[in-house]
Design a protein around this ligand. Sequence first.
Ligand SMILES: [Zn+2]
Ligand SMILES: [Zn+2]
Length: 653
Amino acid sequence: MKVPILLPNIFNYPFTYQSDINLKVGEYVIVPFGKTKMVGVVWNHFEKKNEKNFHLKKIIKRLKINPLNEKTIKFLNWFSQYNLIPKGMSLKLHLLSNEAIEEIPDKEFESYRLVKNKYDFTLSKEQEQSLDELKIKNKEFRVHVLQGTTGSGKTIVYFNSIKDKIDKGYQGLILLPEIGLTSEFEKKFIDFFGFIPAIWHSGITKKKKKIIWNGLTNGKIKVVIGARSALFLPFNKLGIIIVDEEHDQSYKQDEGVIYNARDMAISRASFENIPIDLVSAVPSIETYENIKKRKYSYSRIFNRYKNAQLPKHQIIDLNKYKLNNQSWISSKTIEKAKNHLESGDQVLFFINRRGFSPYVFCQNCLKVYSCPHCSINLVYHKNKKKLLCHYCGFTTTLKRTCDRNISGSCKFILSGPGVEKIFEEVKNFFPNYQTLIFSSDTMNKKKSSKDLQKIINNEVKILIGTQLISKGYHFPNLNCIVVLDIDLSSPGHDLRGAEKNLQLYHQLSGRAGRTGKPAIVYFQTYNLKSDTISKLTNSDPFVFLENELQLRKKNNLPPFERFIALILASKDEKKLENESHRLKQHLVKNLNSKILGPINAPIYKIRKNFRNRILIRSKKSDIIQESLSFVLKKFKFSPGMKLTVDVDPISFN
Ligand SMILES: [Zn+2]
Ligand SMILES: [Zn+2]
């Protein structure tokens, strides 16, 4: 028989093979491809225009794995079409580095079955009610939003709804932003379920990946907690998907294969015909709109766990309490922090900038230190004694021959604050308190779990943190947060700048006052008149979301219009310019929608590549991906040009 086999490569269609044995859709096979062998899957359709009767190669063997179910195949087909990604590349996301895993010894799954002591989690009335609402119509596809203030115990509510499904023999998937996959979360899971969840993210070992992959095909693993890529795992009988922190923009994968994992999770649930729950303290704009349109059902928990109060907000007026030269913390702020420290509270100074100084220039030649490969400034990291590009990872030392200084070297001025600088300043004021920097530079190593424990135990008294700290941590003694950079956090090249800030400060506030003691968030600012802070700190985020939504509507921005960004990149600046205009003309002629650009990308150069952007805007109801894919196929790019398609872009860098 002839069979269509999809292979994990850049082709958008299955290849036709000959088979002596009867094969069913979804079965995993090994086939010859060119001079190598590859793992492929029997697909549900043949390539359309494969009419030629050339010699067909034979399938080598069938693998002993439960076949991929047809719902997942349909999902992968749709995923390709929506995101303009070759079908083969979608399959690659599903397979493990081009591998399908046969038979794993049963003992490897033991730890996922081991029953430990379970704790009793009694639900509050509100939680109980939310759980009831989650269970309505949860036998088929529907999207439900579970909203609740930070610290209100949403996790326990959805754990209960997963347990319900597992008891009925289904598997469950919990998606978390990569950064939220903490050992704390895992512990809570084990306390509740009494067994170890399969944790899935880019950092786990290859061996673990194989066990989990296989354990899902044979149903020996029940629950996966994973980052984006867990969405493509071969669940044998998926019964529920949870997207926790659904608003988190890190669900958008924006390099390589570009897709939004939250949105794709919703479509996977729809193909599987199973319920999906979106969980958040402040839903994203899109989700908020869908709640309003009643496309999604919705429940809300108002009170925090054990009735802990949300923190109060106080403004520190920098016009009145002036900052000293080279200082970023006002005397008033120090006084407040001191009071908190003396009463045993932990204090967090928040500044969303890694390193010591984001801006380094020479006082003689005035030249700024920027990355030779990207159009971006280098950040000085004092701890590493290095200047670092946060885009491409380029590093260099603080040494440069000066154009203007006769004596030879540049005389550097380190301008603007980063966490390391704030650390020094705080250390000056409070030399006797244990102080710790909480950023991706300091908290990604093995010793960070020890540091975390020290924070939880209130041994570390002062934290200097970037946005990393806003994600899901539970620090019982944190009752004072000082936001240093509210004036510095400009929306940038980002349609969602305001929304992003709202999410950030809301999450951040949620870290404080979790055990009932009154907590305060202080904002240092010069802009007393701007309503930014009051908007950001309003306890009802729907006020802000409603405003933002109206603004989007007025300007025909997403979610009211569909955006697709095309990013062209090349090392040759001139070629890029010509090619971008040629592509634009081609699109205008062949595609029935608004085409904007080309413009130079705000970060014009990244990793030595110059970049131009074209934006396609169409009605929300039109799925223009199919025609766009057709039109792009007819365009011949000259060598050295790279095209990236970003459907529903979030970042416009
Ligand atoms: Zn760079
Ligand atoms: Zn100089």
